[in-house]
Design a protein around this ligand. Sequence first.
Ligand code: FAD
Ligand code: UDP
Length: 386
Amino acid sequence: MRPSYRNLFPAAAASSSATGFDTLVVGAGFAGSVMAERLASQAGQRVLVVDQRPHIGGNAYDRYDDAGVLVHPYGPHIFHTNSADVFEYLSRFTSWRPYQHRVLASVDGQLLPIPINLNTVNRLYGLQLTSFELDAFFDKVAEKVDRVRTSEDVVVSRVGRDLYDKFFRGYTRKQWGLDPSELDASVMARVPTRTNRDDRYFTDTYQAMPLHGYTRMFEKMLAHPRIHVMLGTDYRDIVHHVPWKHMVYTGRIDAFFEYRHGRLPYRSLEFQHVTVQPPQGQAHVLPVGTVNHPNDHLYTRVTEFKHLTGQRHEATSLVYEHPRAEGDPYYPVPRPENTALFRRYESEAEPIGDVTFVGRLASYKYYNMDQVVAQALATFKRLVPL
Ligand code: FAD
Ligand code: UDP
């Protein structure tokens, strides 16, 4: 017989599962909210969503700060996807404001476009290369790497040591507390290199921000008469008291198993939010949405929200990201030994018949929002074949 939640984690006093909720969803972020919405609206289920935080939306939660500027308390969230299915699905709950994110990196006293492109190299070195010549330039400076395994390998094999040192090494050591040679290739493979002048951070087909913010979008997803939301509640406080038949769990997988194999490492951040008055006649203080600081300052990047949201307001709010070893689990750390530890938890999770694990924390994967939505939609289809 497959193990079930109740025989793995028995309650002091047994509770009945005959009535109540069909599904208990742990976590009201993208993973939990998509699952709840699908189960209620497509499978007719009664769903209870619990989150330990006092709000819905998970890390994508946004709110108006004291000055009235729309901010992302858990760091800047920019929506981008190549999936028409994901975009169409979310479009049921929000209209969009087209937005193409641009990032400049503060390097050698200049603000230069990142991802590295033709303008980056020409401005940094005072050259006037064409795209064609930049290809040859990269060929000349790139280091030969037989097997690309680490994040260092990815970058030095593409653009060579100098650009790696100036744009990537310091940023990564700050962000992760690790040298790029200690991180899987997948981390830096997130940032491409271009030989044209395209200075957008992302090139996905769909790039847009929810017109009235993420929280409004989540409110619409969860506003189904069969969905009940309980905030400020750790599921462990209610799991044996509220009747449910199935659980969708989107929290940390190691916490679910009470860390029995040890803790999965996470990198955390401290967000320093500030509101300032732009100089007379200006709406912004930064030239683009985000400025990265690979080599100066203790923070990695600063983001000005009005660029992302398009909000008009006389003040402007920014967030500085300070990497931390301790704190909320924001970034799973992609390294072989961590994947191996995750696999131990996953092999315990897999046979549990009445619990489904979804999302960035439960999958221990460095997923973007759209990947979590895609994972949740696919998981729903598997659970409830229509
Ligand atoms: P979460 O949003 O973490 O939701 C999980 C929820 O479960 C949380 O609200 C938590 O409180 C709750 N929970 C956990 N344990 C319990 C418990 N025991 N009881 C009750 N509730 C519990 N993605 C992009 O696509 N674009 C971006 O620009 C982007 N920027 C990012 C910037 C930062 C700084 C970070 C950290 C992430 C960023 N992401 C971005 C990734 C994005 O945040 C995630 O992909 C997405 O939020 C994951 O959704 P989720 O539902 O899996 O997890
Ligand atoms: N990175 C870097 N320099 C930069 C931007 C990114 O070294 O200017 C590296 C860094 O290790 C970072 C990773 O690339 O953690 C992924 O960058 P991304 O912007 O995708 O990070 P996220 O938005 O997920 O924090």
